[in-house]
Design a protein around this ligand. Structure first.
Ligand code: HEM
Length: 83
């Protein structure tokens, strides 16, 4: 289960990284040089970069924890075998 989830989440993190990496500098440029109309249009889409960052942070935090989760499971398996 952990193996399948980690494989899938790594792929997910990698692919969500692409729109995130494009969105964040694009927003910065828009805020710096965007015209009034563009900025008005942007108000409706404002939440997208924050949501992308939140998704990246959550999936990244899980990716960070995978080695420790696997270690815990290995320990449990070994002690069950010995027990
Ligand atoms: C802010 C929260 C984030 C956290 C906590 C986080 C954490 C991680 C972790 C733990 C890994 C796996 C490292 C490993 O074990 O090999 C990873 C991989 C990666 N992260 Fe993030 N990350 C975050 C945000 C981002 C963002 C904003 C981007 C890019 C826009 C990004 C792009 C990537 C890429 C491309 C990989 C390699 C994926 C692969 O091919 O396996 N991450 N991240």
């Amino acid at each position: 289960m952990t193996k399948w989830l980690s494989k899938w989440l790594r792929k997910f993190h990698r692919w969500i990284a692409v729109p995130t990496a494009i969105a964040i500098p694009a927003v910065l440029i828009l805020k710096l040089v965007g015209s009034k109309e563009l900025l008005e249009l942007w108000q409706k889409l404002e939440k997208i970069p924050s949501i992308l960052m939140l998704i990246m942070a959550l999936s990244g935090a899980y990716l960070f924890l995978i080695p420790y989760i696997a270690k815990g499971q290995r320990k449990k398996r070994i002690s069950a075998k010995e027990g």
